[in-house]
Design a protein around this ligand. Sequence first.
Ligand SMILES: [Zn+2]
Length: 297
Amino acid sequence: MKYTEFDLASDFPNEAACLSWLVDFLYPNGITCPKCQRITKHYPMRKRRSYSCGICGHYTQPLAGTIFYRSSTPLTVWFRAIYKITATRAGISAKQLERELGVTYKTAWRMLHQIRDIMNDDDDEPLSGKIEIDEAYIHADTRKRSSAQKRYGRNGRDGHGQILFGMVERGGAVKIRHVRSSGVRVLAPAIEHSVTKGSVVYSDDYGSYRTLKKRGYEHQTTNHSKFQFVDGDNYTQNIENVWSHLKRGIKGVYRHVSPRHLQRYANEFAFRYSHRNDEQPMFYSLLEQVKKDATSS
Ligand SMILES: [Zn+2]
């Protein structure tokens, strides 16, 4: 469903419109006043983003726990940032956001990171049905490496690079994890955590996947030789497309990604992929993540 920047501006023309939408969204049944110990009518105060109880006057911060709470950036700017992240296909850089929103680089960078953090799929259902899995090796910017990366950075399948592990449900969502190794001890638990037992898992014949049958999955391996034609249902084209799209984004938009932030970039790509067929505009799907994040913390 097409949701344009014009729609955004008319739905959220000012700060008060953003705040009142968020309060209705976060508290569909109304705000509970801790003093009155029940849901009471609350009114927005002049003071930034606080509401007060219509009975006793107690002040409440309805955005507490959300990414907006301690931020001095206007909600209208946050909403535009969220919109822009959902409206792009390849991703958006902090530099680009700085330019388009007219905020400082530091603010743009911080907003992007916080939004990517909430783009995680932690609360989503595990994948099921037909699942394609594969790893990707990302030559991340290692100029500033953490001690963990120094320890784990050199044990990829090809001996170097950061490792992303991807699992995609055909016709459904993708989950991407930045993992420290592609060994069976790391990948098998990742699969068991994210893929429902009994699912059909398609992969190449990499050794780390050999225990899948034993773990309760139906496992089909594809031979990656160039000379093999696609064999019926037995292919991993979906996950390969995810990787080529993600790698193109990293190269073209971000130039380099620090290993420390790789999971966040992966979240962003995975979120856009997984929500590509949502009935509502992706902008609203991302606002739902704001709510999930607030209620889980
Ligand atoms: Zn009250």
